[in-house]
Design a protein around this ligand. Sequence first.
Ligand SMILES: Cc1cc2nc3c(=O)[nH]c(=O)nc-3n(C[C@H](O)[C@H](O)[C@H](O)COP(=O)(O)OP(=O)(O)OC[C@H]3O[C@@H](n4cnc5c(N)ncnc54)[C@H](O)[C@@H]3O)c2cc1C
Length: 435
Amino acid sequence: MLLSGWGRYPRAQGRPTRAADTDAARTALAAARSDGGMIARGLGRSYGDSALGGRVLETGALDRFRAFDPATGTVTCEAGVSIADLLRVFLPRGWFPPVTPGTKHVSIGGAIASDVHGKNHHGAGSFSDHVQAVEILLADGSVVVASRERHADLFAATCGGMGLTGVILAATLRLMPVASGMIRARTLKAENLDACLGLFETHADATYSVAWIDCLATGDALGRSLVMLGEHAGGGGVPRLARARLSLPFDLPGVLLNRMTMKAFNALYYRRVRTPDRTAIVPFEPYFYPLDGIGGWNRAYGSRGFLQYQFVLPKAAGRDALAAILLRIADSGRGSFLAVLKAFGPGNANPLSFPMEGYTLALDFPVRDDDFALLDRLDDMVVAHGGRLYLAKDARMSAATFRASYPRWETFQEVRARYGALGVFRSLQSDRLGL
Ligand SMILES: Cc1cc2nc3c(=O)[nH]c(=O)nc-3n(C[C@H](O)[C@H](O)[C@H](O)COP(=O)(O)OP(=O)(O)OC[C@H]3O[C@@H](n4cnc5c(N)ncnc54)[C@H](O)[C@@H]3O)c2cc1C
């Protein structure tokens, strides 16, 4: 069967098996062990090839809640439970995921394996920082519970480990209390990159912050942006969870994606906010998950799919490194409709976790043959400044780029070797990166 990630690039043949319980997962694993290995797949929201491989174990049917402590907000659930499920069950009771990515359609297993971050990384860290324990199916068919106290090496390697240590069967994590499902959202206009980074600094105490950047603006307007801050609001109740209102049932023709249309879209998006500082109380869904409102929006980039390029630069690399990369993108004219900038707080101890203290920028590139060379050049710039690319978005970086930018990759491999995972848990991405 032809499978792909959210970017629809690459597409590859794979044999999916659905596991509804531990025994089914173990049976699939036994078959895969003697047949080239396998990789777990949650909701397929990673963009590239991290959940693709010869044999793919789908975890969506592992969707049961096991326990909840209303005194602390601690929940234990199976790995196929999604963030949308958590919201549906627990938001009406006053609990919210402590960290959420830009779509609610991700599984808890996928969120842990990618150690996802949200708009609050500077204050809350990444997803795994709120996970207390994970139950993992190891290569030999045994099941262990790993935490910061027990099998700490396995716990750290699994959080951010892209499914390469074992299959996450369940997890225990801590939700955070909220008074409602409403967000006090403030939008500030920044005329250029300096103003944008200045706003991040000034509002470092905001719970949530993110900037949308016009990645095609140049000159004095390089990095002009809308900086969006957010706080959980006190009242307003819990809005009902929305369904996608619109959907894109077919691929848009690639001809619509050119320098002119993107430039026009970016300029309009920037000008749509007329006041330099605007505050509104909005439901949490359009605030956190704007793209979930358009079903199948990943078809907007045409039939060849798209790459999402997300990198982080250490704070020490400074504003100039970010400006140089933005300029290179703007010069190429290849930029995307949406470029999103966030400030990260310090990273954690997990060897393959993406965040490090600094700035992260994510932007989309429709797949075109000549863009691969541009992205290779950008990789070189990112690595030269001590940064790295996000594995959950990656579909193309080289093994050399990976090794140069994830210096703890050998520790990761040692842990995998210790738990028998090498060659058993593998994906197209791990083969490409030499893991
Ligand atoms: C619109 C959109 C916005 C996004 N915004 C953000 C964002 O703001 N921040 C961010 O960090 N990410 C973001 N992402 C990326 C997304 O959060 C991650 O790719 C996440 O891992 C997807 O979860 P999934 O369940 O779909 O996993 P999949 O895509 O199915 O798998 C991703 C990885 O997790 C592994 N995995 C999945 N389940 C298991 C399991 N049970 N056991 C072991 N390994 C497993 C897979 O092997 C694979 O390596 C966004 C994605 C989209 C589409």
